[in-house]
Design a protein around this ligand. Structure first.
Ligand SMILES: Cc1cc2nc3c(=O)[nH]c(=O)nc-3n(C[C@H](O)[C@H](O)[C@H](O)COP(=O)(O)OP(=O)(O)OC[C@H]3O[C@@H](n4cnc5c(N)ncnc54)[C@H](O)[C@@H]3O)c2cc1C
Length: 379
């Protein structure tokens, strides 16, 4: 997803989105490492005139509006150009001019390869079987340490296909409720756009806070649901996207079929997911909050009134390979190692054990850095 994501990289709130088992000081250090690797900054869009007008109006209305932390580097203002961070920036340690780990002779990337199974015995993984999708050739890669970071659904899929099936695998699946709408700024606010250059779009954030368990972004949307109708001045349009936490519940799960396979021959996933009563109430409160902010700013674009995104529009799935202190309700230990296997570590969104409202990549990277440090210390 590193070439497709929107690069929002806020930290989780220490109380409302508390990540257990790491410690606040340690988590803050890990976040710092992840922010450096991603080249996270909050100032690439601070010069946006529309952003300033929206911030002032919402501040008056009682919202705590800030610049959204983004994994991005501003290159120029006129024309407005930025460089979004992807894996290539991470491999360069966060400095796109720096040397890349990809040039290290010990680094090999196998494009178009699918891992179809892990071989294991005696509490250790002894090989990873990969298939070249262009030729169908299979081979077994042998290493001291193995890391699976195949995403929140396909990581548990690979473990399940390999006969590694701790009880918590695929359970505790958590996904945020998302609501969105689009507003055209009121005439009063739109007139103030003339105050300065309006070529830089806004990228704003209302952070999670105690009593406010949702994360909010205001920007020009980049997704299909956020297209601006023809004839509307794009500078006057702001997208509001609100994300709420979700209760972590054992019964919310992805399971895998022993009979049916996906197009790549791996076990077919099936999702079992529903909101709790508290999730529903929180979602309603969040929608009310978003509507209040939107109506302070202007009028809804026709067809873009406040709504929840449909089920299945999953962006930030967590929990399916969760970290924990007890192997009865987790898949990995607090340092990323799979319980019962000495040399298998997991990374990615699935390891996050708590319900978080904010975008999850920075938190999963912080936990990945922790696992990488544990691997280095163990080898
Ligand atoms: C439109 C959109 C916008 C988003 N914007 C943001 C944002 O602004 N901020 C944020 O924090 N998050 C954002 N996200 C979410 C973010 O992209 C994901 O949470 C994140 O990518 C999850 O990382 P991951 O490493 O767990 O999985 P992924 O990024 O999905 O990486 C897993 C990789 O493993 C590969 N893989 C899986 N199985 C196998 C196998 N068996 N063999 C070989 N390879 C395999 C997959 O092809 C994939 O490349 C966005 C998501 C979407 C869809």
């Amino acid at each position: 997803m590193g070439i497709f994501w929107a690069c929002a990289t806020p930290r989780a709130h220490p109380v409302v989105e508390h990540i257990p088992l790491v410690g606040d000081g340690e988590l803050s250090r890990l976040y710092g490492v992840a922010e450096t690797l991603l080249h996270t900054t909050a100032d690439a869009y601070e010069m946006s005139t529309q952003g300033r007008i929206v911030t002032e109006k919402l501040d008056e209305t009682g919202y705590d509006v800030r610049c959204l932390p983004l994994a991005v580097e501003r290159l120029s203002l006129d024309p407005p150009r930025v460089h979004w961070s992807g894996p290539e920036v991470i491999l360069k340690g966060g400095d796109r001019h720096g040397p890349s780990a990809a040039d290290d002779p010990r680094f090999t990337l196998l494009p178009e390869h699918l891992c179809i199974g892990l071989v294991h015995s005696g509490g250790r993984v002894t090989g990873a079987v990969v298939r070249d999708l262009t030729t169908g050739t299979e081979r077994t890669l042998v290493a001291d340490t193995y890391v699976v970071a195949g995403g929140s659904v396909l990581t548990p899929q690979l473990l399940w296909a390999s006969g590694i099936r701790p009880d918590a695998l695929g359970r505790y699946l958590c996904e945020q409720t998302m609501a969105t709408c689009q507003v055209a700024l009121s005439d009063d606010l739109a007139r103030r756009l003339d105050d300065g250059p309006a070529t830089v779009e806004p990228n704003l954030w209302i952070p999670v806070a105690e009593g406010r368990p949702w994360h909010a972004q205001l920007h020009r949307g980049i997704f299909g649901y956020a297209a601006v109708p023809a004839g509307v001045d794009r500078r006057t349009v702001t997208d509001l996207v609100w994300f709420s936490t979700c209760d972590v519940r054992r019964e919310n799960a992805v399971t895998f079929s022993a009979r049916v396979t996906d197009p790549y021959g791996l076990p077919q996933p099936t999702f079992h997911f529903g909101p709790s009563a508290a999730d529903r109430a929180r979602a309603d409160d969040m929608l009310t909050d978003m509507t209040k902010a939107a109506t302070a700013l202007g009028k809804f674009l026709p067809g873009a009134e406040p709504r929840f995104l449909e089920a299945g529009f999953a962006l930030h799935i967590t929990g399916t390979t969760r970290m924990g202190a007890d192997k009865r309700d987790s898949v990995i230990d607090p340092h990323g190692k799979v319980w019962g296997l000495d040399n298998l570590y997991l990374g990615g969104g699935g390891v996050i054990p708590a319900g978080v409202a904010c975008n999850t990549t920075l938190t999963s990277m912080a936990l990945a850095v922790r696992a990488a440090e544990a691997i280095t210390a163990a080898t």
